[in-house]
Design a protein around this ligand. Structure first.
Ligand code: CA
Ligand code: CA
Ligand code: CA
Ligand code: CA
Length: 321
């Protein structure tokens, strides 16, 4: 957490030096409830982008920022013919309730056999009422069309369903390309949502970022009780009836978008040294994930932390090509 704050502060300093924030085109996480005749409470979760050339590359958890997706008061609905990925289009035609299965995805709500999503080796699977990941996730490489936003600017990242639970809560890291640059965001969702899911999210887009910061600045000074946004901005810190530096620092501590992903010369993601980062390198990484063999550590430990984990995969796909 400490590292993040430092990164954030240095990032913010850069923004201020440039006299304004860089245009972030990852705009948040949205949830769409999917009505159905089976009485299954189902929500689809999307990453939202304003640039049609952006890409969602992965959703994951790490030890210092675990992925948690939970059902409150019940269990996930898992169709017997489903899996942890998108269900088969042809099976849905025979078993319509399969469309409301619980699964993770990048861009596809069903598949005809052309899903290029990678679920990382060592994947623990869904528990009855929670998915908990500390070194796993689901990814696609940037060359796959399913990573690209749909006409509505959205990329599906999962569908979560229950027949006996009452609500969902999720928190996770996403890796994306936004305006051609890699971004990392710690984000999430809740459903049904009647209030912000997260501290610091003043505009309810499930991201704590520059827009929330601007709202807080717009509220600077004594709080008008009739403005719920400013009351909430004041509640970030000390709720003393005045939006000030304490609330500002509290919002910074919840900041969720980071841009300090190493790329280019800093990282050698070309594991087989053939001059290009492609599927051959991905296959090498998949074969080495979790391994402590000397050979694997030599080629696949991209960040040099002595462990072949999901963070090395993030470096590999953000240096793709
Ligand atoms: Ca499933
Ligand atoms: Ca927000
Ligand atoms: Ca290569
Ligand atoms: Ca590593």
């Amino acid at each position: 957490m400490k590292t993040r704050t430092v990164n954030l502060l240095s990032g913010l300093g850069t923004c201020l030096i440039l006299a304004g924030p860089a245009p972030a085109t990852f705009t948040g996480i949205s949830v769409e409830a999917t009505p159905n005749e089976f009485g299954i409470l189902t929500c689809r979760v999307y990453a939202e982008f304003s640039n049609p050339d952006d890409r969602l590359l992965g959703v994951y958890g790490m030890p210092e920022a675990p992925l948690e997706i939970e059902v409150t008061g019940g269990s996930f609905y898992q169709h017997p013919f489903g899996s942890d990925g998108p269900p088969s289009h042809s099976l849905i035609e025979t078993f319509p309730s399969l469309a409301f299965d619980t699964f993770v995805a990048i861009g596809l709500s069903e598949t005809d056999g052309n899903d290029f999503m990678t679920i990382t080796p060592g994947w623990p699977g869904f528990g009855p009422g929670s998915l908990h990941l500390t070194d796993n996730g689901w990814f696609v490489t940037p060359d796959q069309p399913q990573a690209v936003p749909d006409a509505g600017g959205r990329v599906l990242l999962g569908q979560f369903s229950t027949t006996d639970g009452s609500s969902f809560f999720g928190r996770f890291l996403i890796q994306a390309l936004s305006n051609g640059a890699p971004i990392l965001a710690f984000v999430g969702f809740c459903h049904p949502a009647s209030a912000p899911c997260f501290d610091g999210d003043l505009n309810l887009d499930n991201v704590v970022g520059i827009e929330d910061f601007l709202i807080l600045l717009g509220c600077w000074g004594p709080v008008d009780d009739g403005d719920p946004g400013c009351v909430y901005a004041d509640a970030q810190g000390n709720a003393d009836g005045d939006v000030g530096i304490v609330d500002f620092l509290a919002l910074l501590s919840h900041w969720t978008i980071f841009t300090d992903v190493p790329t280019g010369d800093e990282v050698d993601a070309d594991l087989n040294d053939d001059g290009v980062v492609d599927v051959l390198d991905l296959l090498l990484w998949l074969a080495c994930k979790g391994s402590v063999s000397r050979e694997c550590l030599m080629i696949a430990d991209l960040d040099g932390d002595g462990f072949i984990g999901v963070n090395d995969l993030v470096l590999l796909i953000t240096n793709w090509g």
